[in-house]
Design a protein around this ligand. Structure first.
Ligand SMILES: [Fe+2]
Length: 221
């Protein structure tokens, strides 16, 4: 615990009840995980074709509010809550009405490389390498263009590209240029925020290598 605190990182051990630090200020309660993302899209039908027909999402709920005077934000609003889990939505697609989209708008640039503030990419994780490879082949069969990868982010794994994270990854874009990553085997941490050694050994073994011959990846802090 001290080790973690000294780095200014609070990996609070399980069952620690008080969210108060020594100075009396409040520490944040626990957040479980990122649950959904909401995207403003310029062509809802094109987005649905991509997320539902290609990526396999289900449309859970539709909201059509096409009177700008009645919408929360002023722009014409067609919303689709879509999901790839048993939760109501994982992505919320909100269409920006045609009156707000300039005519002949050029194709959007990949969000990973464009220099505007905002989204860089978001990621979905799959169970393991077999499922990851299956996704890569499937996306290729659908004509999806990869903007990076497939690759393995690791400075020590025999197949690694030198970058951090330990996960396999492939990146591609939705119709609005938002970059999406599909990944597997992202690094697990122990309670002190260090690489989980058991997880690492298991992962190296699953990839067909000897854990004794593959150093733990460093975490840059
Ligand atoms: Fe990522």
């Amino acid at each position: 615990m001290e080790k973690a605190k000294n780095r200014g990182v609070f990996f609070v051990k399980k069952k620690k009840k008080a969210h108060v630090c020594k100075g009396g200020g409040l520490l944040p309660p626990k957040l479980n995980r990122l649950q959904h993302i909401a995207l403003k899209v310029r062509d809802l039908d094109a987005s649905l074709q991509f997320y539902v027909d290609v990526l396999g999402f289900s449309v859970i709920e539709n909201i059509d509010q096409t009177d700008p005077a009645k919408t929360t934000y002023g722009y014409t609003r067609r919303v689709r809550f879509i999901s790839c889990t048993n939760e109501h939505h994982v992505i919320n697609l909100t269409e920006i009405g045609p009156e707000f989209v300039p005519p002949n708008l050029p194709p959007p640039e990949n969000s990973r490389v464009r220099t505007e503030y905002g989204l860089h990419h978001f990621a979905f994780i799959v169970d393991g390498k077999a499922e990851f490879d299956e996704w890569v082949e499937y996306l290729k069969s659908k004509g999806v263009e990869f903007v990076r990868g497939p690759l393995l982010h690791s400075p020590t794994h025999p197949e690694g590209d030198g970058s951090p994270g330990e996960n396999r990854a492939v990146y591609f874009c939705d119709p609005d240029g938002n970059a999406i990553e599909i990944c597997c085997d992202i690094m697990h941490l122990d309670e002190y925020g260090e690489v989980d050694r058991e997880w690492h050994a298991d992962r190296i073994r699953r990839d067909g290598y000897n854990p004794d011959e593959v150093p733990l990846p460093p975490i840059n802090r």
